[in-house]
Design a protein around this ligand. Structure first.
Ligand SMILES: Nc1nc2c(ncn2[C@@H]2O[C@H](COP(=O)(O)OP(=O)(O)O)[C@@H](O)[C@H]2O)c(=O)[nH]1
Ligand SMILES: [Mg+2]
Length: 298
């Protein structure tokens, strides 16, 4: 048995799954793969069984129905922890996380890291073919998370990761509550606070070519509000700095004139940040949908 497990959650990825599993087995023949399928209507689960029959390294966890990424990962993590895997990795099925770069993450684990994030936003990282509005939301969200939590991880929401089993054993998986991508940030934040060595390595993230995205940007507002609550509880002093950075970023990227006002308001009253963030997210969304810069692209 391998000591490294790569968990690939799937929902309707019937075209992508054979491609990604093939690439993982080619690039890193030493790892095992666990496909966690939520009873995809398109037959991804059956495809996964076929792959498992053909390749002893491939395993499948069938779940009853679509319960979201956190529930799928929680089940996958437990599956891995019940066995003797030392390192557990997360990878999307849609080709956005290149299996050819997995070795970079595993090398960093070998060099002593506990949790390694395949990062789009460190020097050398890259995002290819994402719609501009998606990239802005992701970048803004990550800038915001870094500032409000006071941590210097630049891509907390990234889903391409490798971690030692001790990280997952040291975190209460049931206490992870967040929906959407933000559970990734929550997991990293808890790992940092628990004293684990969290590092980023640059990767090239590429938008999917086949199939459809299941997570949409509507998660962003709720997610940022949630992060703000953790951050405010821990580090109220970061807020003024954050407001400045945020309005700077927003002015630069959206040329949105109402923001400086919001910035002023929140440096006065930390609690208002929570409201401000959801307000900002709504405004940013509105702005992106309506501005000439983004609205008429497609
Ligand atoms: N098992 C399971 N997998 C999911 C679920 N939602 C998304 N996924 C998988 O999670 C990965 C990332 O989702 P994706 O739709 O590509 O999100 P995006 O890259 O953020 O647009 C893909 O492999 C999806 O098939 C879910 O509810 N259950
Ligand atoms: Mg994707």
């Amino acid at each position: 048995m391998s000591t490294t497990l790569v968990i690939i959650p799937t929902y309707n990825e019937v075209e992508n799954l054979p491609l990604i599993v093939g690439r993982v087995l080619d690039a890193t023949p030493e790892v095992d793969v666990l496909v966690v399928d939520d009873n995809s209507p398109d037959g991804t689960g059956e495809k996964a069984d076929e792959l498992a029959n053909a390749h002893p390294e491939v395993h499948v966890l069938h779940r009853g129905g679509k319960e979201g990424l956190l529930a799928a990962y929680r089940a996958g993590f437990r599956w891995g922890l019940e066995r003797e895997y030392e390192v557990i990795c997360q990878m999307d099925a849609d080709g956005s996380h290149a299996p050819e770069e997995l070795e970079l993450l595993l090398d960093e684990i070998a060099a002593g890291a506990d949790l390694v994030i395949g990062s789009r936003y460190v020097e050398g990282g890259e995002v290819k073919n994402w719609p501009q509005r998606r990239l802005l939301l992701s970048k803004f969200g990550n800038r915001y998370i870094a500032l409000s939590l006071g941590e210097d991880v630049l891509d907390m929401t990234a889903g391409y990761r490798a971690m030692r089993r001790e990280v997952l054993e040291g975190i209460d998986l049931d206490a992870l509550s967040s929906k959407g991508y933000i559970f990734q940030a929550e997991l990293a934040y808890r790992a940092i606070n628990a004293g684990f060595d969290v590092r980023e390595v640059p990767v090239t993230f590429e938008d999917r070519k086949l199939g459809k995205s299941k997570l949409d940007a509507s998660f962003a507002a709720a997610s940022l509000t949630e992060v703000t609550k953790w951050g405010v509880a821990d580090k109220a002093s970061k807020i003024a700095e954050m407001a400045k950075q945020m309005s700077g970023l927003a002015r630069y990227e959206y040329d949105y004139s109402g923001l400086p006002k919001l910035g002023q308001r929140i440096s006065e009253v930390p609690e208002a940040v929570v409201n401000m963030v959801s307000e900002f997210s709504k405004l940013a969304k509105h702005e992106m949908q309506n501005s000439r810069l983004f609205g008429n692209r497609r």
